[in-house]
Structure formats: structure tokens, C-alpha cells
Design a protein around this ligand. Structure first.
Ligand SMILES: Cc1cc2nc3c(=O)[nH]c(=O)nc-3n(C[C@H](O)[C@H](O)[C@H](O)COP(=O)(O)OP(=O)(O)OC[C@H]3O[C@@H](n4cnc5c(N)ncnc54)[C@H](O)[C@@H]3O)c2cc1C
Length: 278
């Protein structure tokens, strides 16, 4: 019998692809959907709800876009070699059968021009070039889940949307979203339903309101909890789920997507350095 929360893993041929901007659309006060195209996207696949790709950006100083060989960004760079500038993003939607060629949507948070990625996205125009690496693997929906809780900030709304789409419509899902701007809730317009309860937390005390709400929710043996967003905000929530309630890593799936004050957070590093995963 399949274990509860077991997830099917699909491995992909690791590839890097050259893509270009086909169109852009504002989708929330500080979020833009960028549709990428190009023949290199043929065969792209990202079937897991929380899949991610590496996005390679042009160097903002020189304009040079360096796209490494698959996996090549992990290798040491020769002295004087152009920088490889990459960030992690969620492949929000892929249409391999679009009439004019394959299309990939990525939703970018516009958090200001102090980040290479956000600054690029804010100025992106048709024809601009990028690189895409991966995904390396896709993890499917956990087995045996009878309810789910999704916790996300703006950066994880694309992943939360993919989770909402991935769960069977009969599975009750509570979404707890902590965002800066109340109008960001427009991002999930159309996703409310009898089995989907979406709550939004804004204002300076949004993290504490979110924690109080999470603590009040019933979490059963088959409730799956996915949390992603700013790393420091998630630390007390993870501690509650993993240490107070004793949920397994498979049941409470927690990911720091970015960290206040840190450039290009390594999301494989422990979310809470004082309490690494066991
Ligand atoms: C698996 C995964 C999937 C992700 N999916 C998405 C996605 O679909 N859409 C998306 O927008 N982001 C996503 N992110 C988050 C994204 O990778 C980071 O926000 C990234 O740091 C942005 O790069 P940057 O160059 O704009 O900023 P950086 O150069 O990395 O950081 C510069 C400064 O900006 C701050 N900063 C970074 N991100 C944010 C933010 N979101 N809000 C406010 N301040 C910020 C940093 O703390 C730092 O002080 C994902 C991350 C992971 C790990």
C-alpha cells in the first residue's frame, strides 16, 4: 500500500534553454506574468505543483546573457568568465501545443529594482532574452491526502495556484496568504469554491495573524501542509508544525523562497539554521 504523503518523482533530462519574451501582463498590483517562447521549449515538462526552474538573466551591467551547459552553473568559473546570474522561479503554466510554438508563463513579484530578477521583469519587453534551466525533477501530489493547507506570500502564489489546480476538487483546501497589498487577492480570483477557502492577511501584523489562524486550524493525520515564502516568516510556523505538532517533513512541506536582506537565497539551505531538518 502507498504510504500517506508519498509523492511520485518524475526525473527530467536536465536542459538549459534559450527563450524570449512573447508578452507581458500585469496580474496583481506588484506582479507581472511574463510569457516566454522559443523552439528550445519543445519537450519542456514541469508536472509537479511546486516545480521550479532556474532562470538565467542578462548581467545588468554589461547586458550579456550567459546560459551555462545543463548543471554547469554549479561548476567553478574560470577567471574573467562572464557571471552566471540565476534565480529560482515557478513554471506557472506551460502550453506545448500553442499555435505559434511552445509557451511558458512565469509570474514575477516586482519587489523593487534592488534585485536583478525583479528589475529585469519590471522592464521586460517583447523579444528580451532569458535562459531557463530544469526542472531537474517533478514531485507529484502526495498520496492519501484528505485535506490541505497552503501558506504562501506573493512569491509562492504561482506554486499555491498550481497546488489548488492539482488537488482533486473534492479535497478541502484552506489557503492562508500573507501579502503586502490587499489587492493582490485578485491573483486568485476564480479559485474560491465550496472546497476552497482562501484567506488573505495584510498589514504589518500579517505574520502574527497568519500564525494565530494556522494554530486554530484542525490538522488531521491526512492533512498536507505546504508553506512557502519569506524564510524568516516561516520559521515559527515550521517550528509549530514540526516540533509542537510533530508532523513529518513529508506532511509539513516548508520552503523559504527568499529571505529579507539576502541576495539569491539558496533554498536548499536549512530554513531554520538553529533547527535543521532531520
Ligand atoms: C522554488 C522557488 C520558486 C520560486 N518561485 C517564484 C515565483 O514563481 N515568482 C517569484 O516572484 N518568486 C519566486 N521565487 C522567489 C525568487 O527566487 C526570489 O524572490 C529571488 O530572490 C528574486 O530575485 P531578485 O534578483 O529579484 O532579488 P535578489 O537579488 O535575490 O534579492 C535582492 C533583495 O530583494 C529581496 N527580495 C527578494 N525577493 C523578494 C520578494 N519576493 N519580495 C520582497 N523582497 C525580495 C532580498 O531579500 C534582497 O534584499 C521562488 C523561489 C524558490 C526557491
Amino acid at each position: 500500500m502507498t504510504e500517506v504523503f508519498a509523492r511520485e518523482r518524475t526525473m527530467h533530462d536536465l536542459q538549459t534553454r534559450r527563450v524570449q519574451v512573447l508578452r507581458t501582463a500585469a496580474i496583481a498590483p506588484k506582479m507581472v506574468r511574463i510569457t516566454l517562447g522559443g523552439e528550445d521549449l519543445t519537450g519542456f515538462s514541469a508536472v509537479g505543483p511546486a516545480d521550479h526552474v532556474k532562470v538565467f538573466f542578462p548581467d545588468p551591467e554589461t547586458g550579456v546573457l550567459t546560459i551555462p551547459e545543463p548543471g554547469g552553473f554549479r561548476k567553478p568559473r574560470a577567471e574573467g568568465a562572464p557571471a552566471i546570474i540565476l534565480r529560482d522561479y515557478t513554471p506557472f503554466a506551460f502550453r506545448g501545443d500553442a499555435e505559434s510554438g511552445p509557451e511558458l508563463d512565469i509570474d514575477f513579484v516586482l519587489h523593487g529594482d534592488h534585485g536583478v530578477a525583479a528589475a529585469w521583469a519590471a522592464q521586460a519587453k517583447v523579444g528580451d532574452k532569458l535562459g531557463i534551466g530544469g526542472p531537474r525533477a517533478s514531485l507529484g501530489v502526495p498520496a492519501g491526502v484528505d485535506s490541505a493547507i497552503l501558506v504562501a506570500d506573493e512569491s509562492a502564489l504561482p506554486a499555491a495556484t498550481r497546488w489548488l489546480q492539482a488537488f482533486d476538487a473534492s479535497v478541502p483546501v484552506t489557503g492562508l496568504f500573507f501579502v503586502k497589498d490587499a489587492d493582490t487577492s485578485a491573483y486568485l480570483d476564480g479559485h474560491n469554491s465550496e472546497t476552497r477557502e482562501l484567506r488573505w492577511f495584510t498589514g504589518v501584523d500579517r505574520a502574527s495573524k497568519l500564525e494565530a489562524t494556522l494554530r486554530a486550524l484542525p490538522i488531521g493525520e491526512r492533512t498536507f501542509v505546504f508553506l512557502a515564502g519569506e524564510a524568516n516568516t516561516l520559521i515559527p510556523l515550521r517550528r509549530y508544525l514540526r516540533r509542537e505538532l510533530g508532523l513529518s517533513k513529508a506532511q509539513a512541506d516548508v520552503h523559504g523562497y527568499w529571505k529579507q536582506g539576502e541576495v539569491a537565497l539558496d533554498h536548499h539551505a536549512p530554513l531554520d539554521p538553529t533547527d535543521p531538518e532531520d
